[in-house]
Design a protein around this ligand. Structure first.
Ligand SMILES: [Fe+2]
Length: 467
């Protein structure tokens, strides 16, 4: 008998994992990303027909491709009861099963991250001695559990208590050797402390996952909800979109090439220019007023968090491929209002006779020296998350996490030099562009971030910065 095959697809930009499970010419796709060709290609290669699409929950942080994939394959979509999905689907309950070839799938209702969350236990009939695989969605991650604050009906405390029950009465009762395959990895906004490992076992998680160490439901609720950062604003809109089902990505129009004068006019009317080039290029020269989000990091998540889903955008990229890649990544989070891209990039801007701006860079030793000489004239702005502070901070820094900076620039003194840092430089570059747009003239980026500060042997404070 042929064994069941599982393929994992990982999108670093969104820290999102999806899976294709195939056996005997049939396949199921779990938590598909918006652009679904990758699953169709994988299935065609293996000779599988995609007959089932399973969503572990209605996602809040990315747009699912369930509707397009169902339209192109004729597959059925499965979701946990109470999802509110508006498209034809099978609402599964605890204990429901789905079998094809040697693949046996059993659904577990595991509310907590969301009310309709499910886990899927897979067993392979061709390997009866092997322990099962549990597709955990956002119920249990490697090193964390799903955030419990995405419901309009339940409080985070109520959902956390429900999640505790789901974990302890269902998930953790499975054999310790059961493998877990979650829907997200490190850096996802659906949890806080996810490991970069792609899978684990129930047994290992019992020993190492901080959330599973809680001795009681009360302790678990505190662990999950005390100091929980607010969920990004676009999450609610994303849930609505996923309940309806997004339009096929191929229907999005190609972004138009815009001349510099057209870009300037649209910018004056409120369209936001997003510069997607590497941080060093943005710092050296960019279109005034543009927001920098480099395509190299978690581009789409940051774009959605900072700009929301309804902002009209113009892309500045290195070349046409770069612009197309930007559009695809933005569509994966539901940011679709792209007016076009700056033809010929910043060079085209200069040729039209317009000015460029730059962001000064400062090294860690130079910043330390400057603070010694003129302590009153410099603000150090730390844009990292709270969870990153255990390794220390720069003494006297003000901390505003990047996701909140747009609404909190008024807490900073624009008459001082503001030097921004994050861990390594990706987020601080975004922050410098937000500050500049907000009217801060005297700013600088700490090169290499806090990592460079520490590497230079400069003093580190273990007390949390003012925030
Ligand atoms: Fe989620």
């Amino acid at each position: 008998m042929e064994s069941v095959q599982v393929e994992r697809f990982y999108l670093g930009c969104l820290a999102h994992a999806s899976y294709v499970v195939g056996s005997e010419c049939v396949a199921a796709v779990i938590d598909p990303q918006r652009d679904v060709d990758i699953y169709l290609e994988a299935a065609a290669q293996k000779g599988w027909k995609i007959e089932h699409i399973i969503e572990t929950h209605v996602h809040a942080d990315f747009v699912s491709g369930h509707r397009e994939l169902a339209e192109r394959t004729g597959a059925r979509i499965y979701l946990g009861e109470g999802s509110g999905a508006e498209f034809p689907h099978v609402a599964v309950k605890d204990g429901d099963e789905l079998n094809f070839g040697n693949c046996h799938l059993k659904f577990l209702q595991t509310p907590g991250h969301t009310v309709e969350s499910i886990c899927i236990l897979m067993n392979d009939a061709s390997q009866p001695d092997r322990r099962g695989i549990l597709f955990t969605g956002d119920t249990l991650f490697v090193g964390d559990v799903g955030r419990p604050d995405l419901s309009g009906t339940y409080t985070p405390q109520q959902l956390a208590a429900i999640l505790y029950q789901s974990l302890h009465e269902k998930v953790l009762r499975l054999p310790d050797e059961t493998q877990i395959y979650p829907a997200h990895g490190a850096g996802s906004l659906c949890g806080r402390q996810m490991s970069s490992e792609s899978s684990s076992t129930i047994g290992k998680q019992k020993q190492t996952n901080y959330a599973l160490m809680a001795k009681s439901s009360e302790e678990f609720v505190h662990l999950l909800t005390d100091n929980l950062s607010t969920a990004p604003e676009y999450f609610a809109q994303e849930v609505d979109l996923n309940r309806k089902g997004a339009a096929p990505i191929s229907q999005l129009p190609a972004p138009a090439a815009l001349s510099a004068p057209e870009v300037l006019r649209l910018q004056q009317e409120g369209t936001v220019v997003v510069d997607t080039r590497p941080a060093s290029e943005f710092a050296a020269a960019h279109v005034p007023g543009s927001i920098h989000i480099a395509l190299t990091g978690q581009y789409a998540s940051w774009a959605a968090r900072i700009l929301g889903l309804n902002t009209k955008l113009i892309i500045v990229g290195e070349d046409a491929d770069h612009v197309r890649e930007s559009q695809l990544r933005l569509a994966r989070v539901g940011l679709e209002s792209i007016s076009g891209y700056l033809a010929a990039g910043v060079a085209g801007w200069v040729r039209s006779g317009y000015e460029l701006e730059s962001i000064p860079q400062i090294t860690a030793p130079d910043l330390a020296e400057l603070r010694k000489q003129e302590p009153e004239s410099v603000t150090v702005l730390d844009v990292r998350e709270e969870a990153e502070l255990s390794g220390g901070a720069i003494e006297g820094a003000i901390r505003i996490p990047l996701g909140k900076l747009m609404n909190r620039t008024s807490e900073l003194d624009p008459t001082k030099l503001t030097v921004v840092h994050c861990k390594g430089g990706y987020r601080s570059s975004i922050a410098t562009s937000i500050l500049r747009r907000g009217g801060f003239r005297d700013i600088a980026n700490l090169m290499g971030g806090f990592d460079a500060w520490k590497a230079a042997g400069l003093p580190v404070s273990l007390s949390a910065p003012q925030s």
